[in-house]
Design a protein around this ligand. Sequence first.
Ligand code: HEM
Length: 148
Amino acid sequence: MPDLDLLLAILHHFFVFALFGVLCSEFVLVRRGIDAAATARVASIDAGYGVLAALILIVGFSRAIFAAKGWAYYEHNAYFWAKIGTFAVIGLLSVPVTLAFLRWRRSGISPTDEEIMKARRYLWMQLALFPLLPAFAAAMARGYGVFQ
Ligand code: HEM
C-alpha cells in the first residue's frame, strides 16, 4: 500500500524533527537563573515531549508492521533493534528531567543551580545519543545489519 507507506513516512519525519526541536529548546531554556515563570513554561513544553514520543512509537511501529517492507524485514535487522534500544534509553533519560520540571513547577520557586545542572546533564546525554537514531535508521532502511 504505497500511499499508507508515504503518509507514515511523512508523519514519522515530522514527529521526529518536532521531538528534536523540543529537546533542543529544553536544553536552551534550562539554564542557571531560570525563574519560576520560565520553569512553568518548560514544564508545558515537556508535555509535548511525551506526546511526540508516543506518536513516534505509534507511527514507527505502524511503519514497521504495515508499511512497504513488512515486519519480517525489520525483525531480523540489528540496526532496527539498535534504534529501538537507543530510543528506549533516551526515553529513560528523559524521566528524571520530567520529574524535575514537575517538581519545580509545583514548588513555584526557582530551582537551585545544582538541580539545573543535573537536569542539563540528562538533556545533554539525550542530545548526544540522538544522532545515532537517524544513522541506525538509514542503515536499517538499506538492509545493513541483517541477522537470522
Ligand atoms: C526519535 C526517534 C526516531 C528517529 C530519529 C527516527 C529516524 C528515522 C529516519 C531518519 C528514517 C528514514 C530512514 C531512511 O529511509 O533512510 C526512519 C525510518 C523508519 N523508522 Fe524511525 N526514527 C525514530 C523512531 C522510530 C521508532 C520508535 C520506530 C518503531 C518501530 C521507527 C521505525 C521506523 C521504520 C519502520 C522506518 C522505515 C525504514 C525503511 O524505509 O525501511 N522509528 N526513522
